[in-house]
Design a protein around this ligand. Structure first.
Ligand SMILES: Cc1ncc(C[n+]2csc(CCOP(=O)(O)OP(=O)(O)O)c2C)c(N)n1
Ligand SMILES: [Mg+2]
Length: 323
């Protein structure tokens, strides 16, 4: 039973819709040739970034992966800065230098996405270590996939966070595939949450398509981290309903039927239907949010398309730290 106030329900719904609508625009933009480089969308997984980041403030930090648009948006990067970045424009959050897989906005605690699978786990542990040394109550979050959970960085990061009781959330988005390889094939034991036991930290499995379930588990983990209780591993079971990356084939390693089955468990539609049934928010409330988000994302697209490219003369700026 959902006992959250109406404003929180609508805020969670709004955040998921912002991610979904941005991703759908980005998928179309990729087909139009507006995006340079790969574009991995987060469609179907929106509940995870939304449920976790709802507990974070601007001083908390997020480290993410190649599938990071949703994390950046949920952490506070405005849609116009995200879309402009993917279009390579100077108004993007990384000033047009990063693109889809290098989204940085330290001002809001978005410490970067990365095309390299795994290191965000160590970076979050490092940030947690600095928060511990500085005696702040800040929290670091690493978002990563099931594929990354078989990378050495996972084991090193969790162990270090455990022995030093670092304020870190390790959020594994288990969408069951690493590119085209099923996690059941790639892992001796595909269960990920239980790996927390090996490092002496809580490991919790949650339905990653249920934003309220993610919100509850993440809330508890953030409280534990802030109060000195150490890290938590959260495995969110989910599924991506678009191809690994835009323009890639999708049905050599999974079937259309599998994808259609998972579409029935769409996190946004499910949350809306349940909230309406429980009368925590009305159909009119949700329709109003939809219209608002549509207008915001349309404006963001226009802004991005109309933005200038970075000047050639500035190509070497922001590449190295300028002391
Ligand atoms: C260290 C490293 N190895 C391999 C790759 C190639 N690669 C890019 S995405 C990907 C799959 C990652 O799967 P997962 O971690 O489950 O994330 P998902 O794409 O499913 O969200 C791989 C292997 C890479 N980018 N970095
Ligand atoms: Mg995966």
């Amino acid at each position: 039973m959902n006992t959250l106030p109406r404003e929180t329900v609508l805020a969670l719904y709004r955040q998921m819709q912002v991610i979904r609508q941005c991703e759908e625009q980005l998928a179309r933009s990729h087909q139009r040739g507006l995006i340079h480089g790969a574009c991995h969308t987060y469609v179907g997984e929106e509940a995870i970034a939304t449920g976790v980041c709802a507990h974070l403030n601007h001083k908390d930090v997020v480290f993410s992966t190649h599938r990071g648009h949703g994390h950046a948006l949920a952490k506070g990067v405005p849609p116009r800065e995200l879309i402009a970045e993917l279009f390579g424009r100077s108004t993007g959050c990384s000033l047009g230098r990063g693109g889809s897989m290098h989204l940085f906005s330290p001002a809001v605690g978005m410490m970067g996405t990365s095309g390299i699978v795994g290191p965000c786990i160590l970076q979050a542990a490092g940030a947690g270590y600095s928060f511990k040394l500085l005696k702040t109550d800040q929290v670091a979050v690493a978002f990563f996939g099931d594929g990354a959970a078989n990378n050495a960085a996972f084991h090193e990061g969790l162990n270090m966070a455990s022995i030093w009781k670092l304020p870190v959330l390790f959020v594994c988005e288990n969408n069951q595939f690493a590119t085209e390889v099923p996690s059941s094939y790639a892992s001796g034991n595909p269960a990920i949450a239980i790996r927390g036991v090996s490092y002496g930290i809580p490991g919790i499995e949650v339905d990653g398509n249920d934003v309220l379930a993610v919100y509850d588990v993440a809330g508890e983990a953030v409280r534990r981290a802030r109060s000195g209780g150490g890290p938590t591993l959260i495995e969110c079971k989910t599924y991506r309903t678009r191809a690994h990356a835009e323009g890639m084939g999708d049905f050599t390693y999974r079937t259309r039927e599998d994808v259609e089955e998972w579409k029935k468990r769409d996190p946004i539609a499910l949350f809306r239907a349940n909230s309406e049934a429980q009368k925590t928010a009305s159909a009119a409330d949700f329709a109003a949010v939809d219209a608002e988000v549509q207008a915001e994302v349309a404006e963001a697209m226009k802004f991005a398309e109309g933005s200038p490219w970075p000047e050639g003369a500035t190509a070497t700026k922001h590449v190295y730290c300028e002391v």
